[in-house]
Design a protein around this ligand. Structure first.
Ligand SMILES: Cc1cc2nc3c(=O)[nH]c(=O)nc-3n(C[C@H](O)[C@H](O)[C@H](O)COP(=O)(O)O)c2cc1C
Length: 305
């Protein structure tokens, strides 16, 4: 193992940077580019059983220190997306399929179809703040999270990751429920519910009015969430939200994440962000006497310092 290699939910990653769901992963070709650029793994765009059109424009708005989006989970449906996954897998890094659905059985069905399409693990998107019927209502209480993880884990034999929201209740209690339901790991966080208004138009900018905030603005919420989850569960955590530098990633590792996902920064910095973060991590490790990323995981907790 080189110093950046990590093992998480049974997957061996060449480094701990993962493409987050929904950014630059709509096609097999873009997944290949991300693999070529150095990411350790890829999460697909969230996919549903049937095609979803998503919301009309405007569905993205730049705000200070972040991005507000209400795409509405547009995707071609799992049957049509399978070819993109097959191409994405040629990049030689693990591909994690992201599943959405309007109820537990539908999510389990999508998860099973993703496995048939060849993904290495499934991430359950239980946390989209702007997709009525397919959004964070599937992850809003511990009971719902436990139930959906239970049903999906029984249905598929690939690792199951639950992607959680900090928008509803204690995210640590959601993570505990995911663990009890048999999830192999948790991913925190999805976007934060937000809105921006155009004063001239006296109306919200996004066609859906409400969207999900991502980017640097949410990093401290993500780090806090991972910190709390680390104290509540044994299963591995993947941190996501506002990572664009090695320093940002280190905050997540020190809070307890074993890997990080990167989304919005791919839009602003391009796919080079993966190798830039890895370069900075290698330098930090060498300057501070760490031999592997796992030596850094959770060190910000008192009893590990
Ligand atoms: C344009 C856009 C589309 C997204 N689509 C999805 C999606 O389909 N499924 C999902 O689980 N998360 C989706 N997300 C959320 C990201 O995966 C990630 O959790 C969030 O953006 C925080 O990470 P970041 O600050 O690095 O972008 C999307 C985010 C953006 C900005």
């Amino acid at each position: 193992m080189n110093g950046l290699e990590v093992e998480i939910v049974g997957l061996r990653l060449r480094n701990p940077t993962i493409l987050a769901s929904g950014i630059f992963d709509e096609t097999g070709r873009s997944m290949l580019e991300v693999a070529k650029a150095g990411a350790g793994a890829i999460v697909t765009k969230s996919v549903s059983m049937q095609e979803r059109q998503g919301y009309p424009n405007p569905c993205v708005a730049e705000v200070e220190c972040g991005l507000l989006n209400a795409m509405g989970l547009p995707n071609p449906g799992i049957a049509a997306y399978a070819d993109e996954i097959a191409m994405g897998r040629q990049g030689g890094v693990p591909v994690i399929g992201s599943a959405v659905g309007s109820n537990e059985d539908e999510i389990a069905e999508v998860a099973a179809s993703l496995c048939s399409a060849g993904v290495d693990a499934v991430e359950l998107n239980l946390s989209c703040p702007h997709a009525d019927g397919h959004g964070m209502e599937m992850g809003s209480t511990p009971e719902i999270v436990r139930n959906v993880c239970d049903i999906v884990s029984a249905r598929i034999d690939k690792p199951v990751l639950a992607k959680l929201t900090p928008n509803t209740t204690s995210i640590a209690s959601l993570a505990e429920a995911a663990e009890e339901g048999g999830a192999d790991g948790v991913v925190a966080i999805n976007t934060l519910k937000g809105m921006t208004i155009c004063p001239e138009l006296r109306a919200p900018v996004l066609s859906n009015r409400v969207g999900g905030l991502s980017g640097p603005a949410i990093r401290s919420v993500g780090v806090r969430s991972v910190f709390e989850i680390f104290e509540a569960v044994e299963i591995p955590i993947i941190g996501v939200g506002g990572v664009s530098t090695a320093r940002d990633a280190l905050e997540y590792f020190m809070a307890g994440a074993r890997a990080v996902q990167i989304g919005t920064a791919v839009r602003s910095q391009g796919t080079a962000v993966f190798s830039e973060v890895c370069w900075g991590l290698t330098k930090f490790m060498s300057d501070n006497g760490y031999e592997s990323i796992s030596d850094i995981v959770g060190v910000a907790h008192d009893d590990r310092a």
